[in-house]
Design a protein around this ligand. Structure first.
Ligand SMILES: [Zn+2]
Length: 89
């Protein structure tokens, strides 16, 4: 498969560098856009309900769940809620 012009279909390896541009920063400094109310704010400014097994990150503006981080013996995983967009500042 070629990736030398728009419209080519390739596998996910082709976006490794693009993803690294977003995720290389401290994740809490990433700006999240809420799909519920369109508010944009750093993840550090979300409201978090946290216990030993889960951290629920809620939009400070509308309280929708942006994402949930789950701790389990098999590893930590992220379940995406109403988070519409993540971007580096
Ligand atoms: Zn919201």
């Amino acid at each position: 498969m070629r990736a030398d012009n728009a419209g080519d279909v390739v596998d996910g390896n082709a976006v490794a560098g693009l993803l690294a541009e977003v995720f290389e920063a401290d994740a809490t400094s990433l700006v999240g856009v809420c799909g519920g109310c369109q508010a944009a704010a750093p993840l550090a400014e979300t409201v978090v309900e946290i216990d030993e097994v889960a951290a629920i990150m809620r939009c400070r503006t509308c309280t929708h769940t942006l994402l949930t981080i789950l701790r389990a013996p098999a590893g930590t995983r992220v379940v995406v809620g109403t988070l519409r967009e993540l971007r580096a500042q």
